[in-house]
Design a protein around this ligand. Structure first.
Ligand code: MF3
Ligand code: CO
Length: 289
């Protein structure tokens, strides 16, 4: 790169290049020369952007905490939608799903065999034995954050509880597999190994994604794969890890009527947990959970 060492860094930090991303670029260029896939500059966040995304995530976490405190048997998923909408706008933020590519509600609520993108409705009433994912995404001052949690309503079957627990472990193992200057494939491999060793399957058709300045940015984060494959994980990358794990096989279909909701083909249960993470110089920071 032709960057003058004393000119301002491309990342927008205002620092001199030599004091900011010079070493970073040299490292990435080495990887690129060796044939590895490297992140482009537009997905590397600077400190100001990271702080903006953290603030968005604080609100996102508080919305999920509110859902956690209030979700119960007999409640409709539309009531969850109202909670999310009201608590988000009361804090000066915007629910990212609302009107996103035509999505009609402020949150995704995916029950039982629904893999993702369930649409809240006053006609869907939570009953004992249901498992449900509530997926919350927030925009604050243009900065996006994204996380989801599972809830077990009343008393669920052993197999359902196991699926919910193993899926959370998959998320944790995926995060633990992160090393700065490691590989995106390290994450998917850790998730796939844990899911399949428990007799479950990993959804292929949806994945995690870069997030922060937009809802969905590069890279696409596979939840299966091989260690040492895929994009290099460089400090300043922010993306979601959001494994969708099925009790049966990973095949799914999208509801033709609403155009959104994905369900398992074999009608088996599906679970999902999602965090937004930041790759740091020495590890990983959970931004939204
Ligand atoms: N929150 C989802 C994700 O994790 C995206 C939902 S898009 C929506 O990527 F429009 F359905 F909200
Ligand atoms: Co997401």
């Amino acid at each position: 790169m032709d960057f003058n060492r004393n000119a301002k860094c491309w990342c927008g930090s205002g620092l001199k290049y030599k004091k900011c991303h010079l070493e970073f670029d040299e490292k990435l260029n080495d990887f690129a020369r060796q044939g590895y896939e490297v992140p482009s500059r537009d997905i590397i966040k600077n400190q100001e952007q990271i702080e903006g995304i953290r603030k968005s995530a604080r609100i996102n976490d508080s919305v999920l905490d509110l859902v956690t405190a209030n979700i119960r048997e007999g409640m409709s998923t539309e009531e969850i939608n109202q909670l999310v909408y009201n608590h988000t706008v009361a804090q000066g933020a915007v629910p990212a799903p609302l009107n996103y590519e035509g999505f009609p509600k402020s949150v995704c609520t995916s029950i039982n065999d629904e893999v993702c993108h369930g649409i809240p409705s006053k006609d869907i009433i939570l009953k004992s034995g249901d498992i449900i994912n509530v997926d919350v995404s927030t925009i604050l001052n243009g900065y996006y954050s994204d996380a989801s949690r599972m809830f077990i309503i009343g008393e669920a079957a052993q197999e359902a509880k196991k699926l919910v627990d193993v899926t959370k472990e998959c998320l944790i193992k995926g995060i633990e597999a992160i090393k700065p200057w490691g590989f995106l494939g390290d994450i998917g491999a850790a998730i796939q190994k844990h899911a399949e060793s428990n007799g479950f399957s990993v959804v292929r058709d949806f994945g995690g994604h870069g997030v922060g300045l937009e809802f969905h940015e590069d890279p696409f984060v596979h939840h299966y794969g091989k260690p040492g494959e895929g994009m290099i994980l460089a400090p300043g990358m922010i993306f979601t890890i959001e494994p969708m794990i099925n009790a049966g096989s990973y095949g799914l279909y999208v509801d033709e009527d609403n155009g959104w909701t994905a369900r398992t083909l074999d009608e088996s249960l599906s679970a999902q947990w999602e965090n937004t993470v930041l790759i740091t110089e020495d590890g990983v920071e959970i931004i939204a959970k």
